[in-house]
Design a protein around this ligand. Structure first.
Ligand SMILES: Cc1cc2nc3c(=O)[nH]c(=O)nc-3n(C[C@H](O)[C@H](O)[C@H](O)COP(=O)(O)O)c2cc1C
Length: 188
């Protein structure tokens, strides 16, 4: 696939299954991620790999977070939350390890991690896989962050659910962009 077609056609997976991008494919995806633009060469990216066998534990983290913040959650709601970990055979947490107080604003460090996450999704497609980027309240929860081995200055930008698309969706319809652009000229 030509790079420009990949960029124009990427579409999130609806349903994911095995095989997961592991081994060499995962290495290539991470190698792509660290080519994200990086102001100040801070290398702000952090990646936490949650392999298949750790998904139940990740599901417990999600459910515990929900229970902490919504104590009245029913057992069914909590069970649904646990199940989210099984959306895909591999989960990759992408975070920005931010360094406050340097010349590069923290928002730029977080944006760089967002760019890395997008590169991972694109690399997944290039390698025959697909994924979907999720966040939700657990992404912004201190307890979840610490349980994943991340620190107080780390900002989770996404949980990337990765695998093989069950039924590749019909090719994405071209998206309109003209209404989002205007050309600026200096006054006068
Ligand atoms: C930072 C970020 C967080 C997201 N979090 C969620 C989420 O928690 N749940 C969800 O359904 N979609 C979430 N999305 C959107 C999906 O990843 C996806 O982009 C969207 O469903 C549109 O599909 P598309 O990627 O095929 O255009 C998020 C996207 C971004 C960029």
């Amino acid at each position: 696939m030509q790079a420009i077609d990949l960029l124009r056609q990427r579409k999130s997976a609806v349903k994911l299954t095995d095989p997961a991008p592991d081994g060499r494919a995962l290495e290539l995806m991470l190698a792509a991620a660290v080519h994200a633009p990086d102001h100040g060469k801070l290398r702000p990216w952090r990646f936490v790999v949650i392999p298949r066998e750790a998904r139940a534990g990740f599901g417990e983290l999600l459910a515990a977070q929900l229970q902490r913040t919504h104590a009245a959650s029913s057992p069914e709601t909590l069970a649904r939350e646990r199940q989210k970990a099984f959306r895909a055979p591999l989960i990759l947490v992408v975070a920005a390890h931010t360094t406050p107080g340097v010349k590069i604003p923290v928002i730029e460090q977080v944006l760089s991690a967002g760019a890395a996450a997008h590169s991972i999704l694109l690399a997944a497609v290039a390698l025959g896989f697909n994924g979907v980027w999720k966040t939700g309240a657990p992404a912004y929860d201190e307890t979840v962050r610490a349980a994943l081995g991340l620190g107080a200055d780390d900002v989770i930008v996404g949980f990337l659910y990765l695998g093989t698309e069950v039924a590749a969706a019909a090719q994405a319809a071209p998206r309109e962009w003209r209404d989002l652009v205007h050309h600026w000229l200096p006054p006068g």
